[in-house]
Write a protein that binds this ligand. Structure first.
Ligand SMILES: Nc1ncnc2c1ncn2[C@@H]1O[C@H](COP(=O)(O)OP(=O)(O)OP(=O)(O)O)[C@@H](O)[C@H]1O
Length: 278
């Protein structure tokens, strides 16, 4: 299935997708998709709803496999990894998902400590150092003793982010990190994404719909539709590219390459009117 000779690991890209083809429920979600995600940068993946953005993140973590193609992460072709190697790789990837819920019975400190307690046998003093350092990084060291019910939505998202970085990941995947946040909280999360990327040198992949936020933070944007990359570039270039895809997507036009109408049969027939020539 995999031609390991054709795609040599490339140091400049932390994630390298080649010829990825994935069919789900008879629908070709990816159609020979190619994509490079550069190290140490923030890459945004955008596209119409249902276009496969979350599915792509799941290919990167090996939670899903394509029918064909290669997904290289840090020089390893994910679909070919053994279970053990896959777990090793996943420990180096942080996730912040929209539904990254906190454990309601634990305080903020224990929520962040949770992965460390689950996956390591580190002494308490070290766990404490790591947790407080991560909470400091998201500006919430002072909230260590609060319970999740005492946090605002934005604070909860930041605690989840502190938890996502406890293992000092090389890569963070953000899936819809801004959903449900007010403008202040959104800006705080945005600032954090940038700061973590710069100060820790983490590579960041961001799936989101908020174009203005993306423009502020992303180094590179991929627009995917119909299983392929239909436009890419830095925020300025892509906004000016003028293709029907970018016009519809970034201009918010209701109709365009993505049709307004979901495919359906003849309306007259559906309403019981006689067809033409009847
Ligand atoms: N496990 C699965 N089994 C079958 N089909 C799936 C599965 N996961 C996703 N799909 C389908 O794959 C397509 C892409 O879904 P995905 O959630 O990746 O899209 P998305 O671009 O993230 O959408 P949104 O922007 O709405 O979150 C959809 O048609 C979805 O129904």
């Amino acid at each position: 299935m995999i031609d390991s000779v054709s795609a040599k690991p490339d140091d400049s890209a932390l994630v390298r997708v080649r010829g990825l083809t994935t069919v789900l429920n008879g629908k070709k979600v990816f159609d020979a998709l190619d994509m490079d995600i550069p190290r140490g940068k923030i890459t945004a993946i955008m596209g119409p709803s249902g276009t496969g953005k979350t599915t792509l993140l799941k290919h990167i973590t090996g939670q899903m496999r394509g029918d064909k193609g290669e997904v290289w992460v840090d020089g390893k072709n994910v679909p070919t990894l053994s279970r053990d190697k896959l777990f090793e790789l996943r420990e180096r990837i942080g996730y912040l998902f929209q539904n990254s819920a906190l454990l309601t019975d634990f305080d903020v400190f224990e929520n962040v400590a949770f992965p460390l307690r689950q996956h390591t046998a580190l002494p308490e003093v070290l766990i404490r150092n790591i947790v407080l350092t991560k909470l400091q990084a998201v500006g919430l060291r002072g909230a260590a003793d609060l319970m999740p019910t005492e946090l605002s939505g934005g604070m909860a998202r930041r605690v989840a982010l502190a938890r996502a970085i406890v293992f000092d990941p090389m890569l963070i995947l953000y899936d819809e990190p801004f959903v449900g946040l007010d403008p202040i909280a959104l800006n705080q999360v945005l600032k954090l994404i940038r700061t973590l990327n710069q100060t820790l040198g983490i590579t960041s992949v961001l799936v989101a719909h908020e174009l203005e936020a993306i423009k502020q933070v992303a180094d590179h944007i991929y627009l995917i539709a119909n299983g392929k990359v239909v436009a890419q570039g830095d925020p300025k270039t892509i906004a000016d590219d003028g293709s029907p895809w970018t016009r519809q997507f970034f201009g918010g036009e209701a109709d365009g390459p993505v049709p307004f109408q979901y495919p359906a049969g003849d309306l007259g027939a559906a309403l019981g009117f006689p067809g033409k020539g009847a």
